[in-house]
Design a protein around this ligand. Structure first.
Ligand SMILES: Cc1cc2nc3c(=O)[nH]c(=O)nc-3n(C[C@H](O)[C@H](O)[C@H](O)COP(=O)(O)OP(=O)(O)OC[C@H]3O[C@@H](n4cnc5c(N)ncnc54)[C@H](O)[C@@H]3O)c2cc1C
Length: 387
């Protein structure tokens, strides 16, 4: 049995084929430029929307494709083929973390105002939870929402926010009550406008994505922009964590596939001591080990995905998939870089014949930190294992 089948049906595989063609034709040729620019153009969202790729899991009445999480999973995996982790991250933040809470918890009016134009690629979203003083410890956020006539006034700062410069709206976690811990957190959809200021951050990898610090300086947010119930925001955070982490695992599996394929090709072509690199047992065995790691990551991720789609609550399996794949992807990139020798240490643009493996290695380093770090995954697993 191929690990593709289940969970994917023939229809999902057709989507995979057409998505791959689109990404390799429309996005991949620009990856190097976008990385150098530290920005990918906003019209990438419109192009993806024209292919139906921003609304795969959303209902047709909102402009979506009426598909399911498996369709979205195909996109998560295939996006790695664009060759820019930053571009994949910007698109991923829009479809996997910014719009799902509006879809799940939004009023009909909010869906019309934010979800519909997001699916059409006309408005770009971001999710703002992390703050300078609160990352893993989400309950410690301090961005305040003070009740005023007709809404709230928000003051505080979010940081490391993907799409943080370009986002038209930010799905923002705020403290709406003095109650401590997980209580008293709410979500507000904050439009870019007066009092919302972004400053871009420079990073090790994901260069094409605009990660930013966003400050809210007494921003008025109207009552109708409260997302979900007041003081029940923690539920909203928890509701999408499983999908966010699955999406990251799928992205890692996709990136590992691309890096392995390109490295095997390089090893077949590059000759040392009178034979191709792949003719040396040490290199062949390394590639065999990497293929095994890739296969293991794919099986664990697809198992968690299968359970998720079946409506189970696969907290343990999703956590394991996130933990396993993010570190394995970085380790695989490092080994692939080593197989490329000096070429692996070069920027892609100075050695155009080689896969830009150094970018892939830098991009992969985020995985064990973002979306819940390795240490937090282990804490969740520890609890779920009764430790
Ligand atoms: C490129 C990038 C994009 C991001 N995009 C977004 C986004 O779009 N929206 C958003 O809201 N956030 C985003 N983040 C934030 C990300 O989710 C956080 O960086 C992450 O949750 C870790 O939080 P922190 O950086 O504050 O680290 P901290 O929480 O300060 O942790 C520091 C280190 O200590 C470890 N640690 C913390 N607590 C424990 C513990 N109890 N036991 C053992 N070890 C512990 C952590 O694992 C980590 O290694 C992004 C981050 C990056 C780097």
């Amino acid at each position: 049995m191929s690990p593709l089948d289940p969970p994917f049906t023939e229809e999902h595989q057709e989507l995979r084929a057409s998505t791959r063609v689109f990404i390799e034709r429309e996005l991949a040729p620009h990856a190097r430029q976008w990385e150098d620019d530290r920005w990918f153009p906003d019209d990438v969202f419109a192009k993806l929307a024209a292919q139906g790729l921003l609304g795969l899991k959303y209902e047709e009445r909102y402009g979506g494709q009426g598909g399911d999480y498996l369709h979205e999973a195909v996109l998560c995996e295939e996006l790695a083929r664009c060759g820019s982790g930053g571009t994949a991250a910007g698109i991923g933040a829009h479809v996997n973390i910014a719009t799902p809470p509006i879809w799940k918890f939004g009023t009909e009016e909010q869906k019309q105002r934010y979800l519909v134009p997001s699916i059409a690629g006309q408005r770009i979203g971001a999710l703002g939870i992390t703050e300078p003083g609160a990352g893993s410890d989400v309950a410690s956020i301090t961005t305040r929402a003070e009740r005023v006539d007709g809404g709230w006034v928000v003051a505080g700062e979010k940081t490391y926010i993907t799409n943080g410069v370009r986002a038209d709206f930010i799905v923002t976690a705020v403290k709406s009550s003095a109650e401590g811990g997980h209580h008293g957190i709410s979500f507000l959809i904050i439009d870019r406008g007066e009092g919302v200021e972004s400053s871009a951050l420079h990073k090790l990898g994901w260069h094409a994505s605009d990660t930013a610090t966003i400050s809210f300086k007494d921003v008025f947010v109207p009552q109708e922009n409260l997302l979900g119930e007041l003081n029940e925001g923690f539920k909203l955070i928890m509701a999408n964590f499983q999908w966010e982490r699955l999406a990251m695992a799928l992205g890692a599996v996709g990136a590992m596939s691309v890096a392995w394929e390109r490295t095997a090709e390089f090893a077949r072509e590059r000759t040392t001591f009178g034979r191709p690199l792949s003719g040396h047992q040490a290199i062949r065995h390394k590639l065999a080990d990497l293929a095994t790691s890739l296969y293991t990551c794919r099986c664990v991720t697809y198992d968690a995905l299968r359970r998720f789609v079946a409506g189970e609550d696969p907290l343990r399996e999703v956590t394991m998939a996130k933990l396993l794949t993010q570190r394995a992807a970085f380790e695989l990139m490092d080994e692939c870089l080593q197989i490329h020798g000096g070429a692996g240490y070069m920027r892609g643009d100075s050695s155009p014949q080689t896969h830009p493996i150094e970018r892939a290695a830098r991009d992969a380093r985020l995985g064990p930190i973002g979306g819940g770090s390795d240490e937090i995954m282990r804490e969740i697993l520890g609890r779920s294992l009764g430790l």
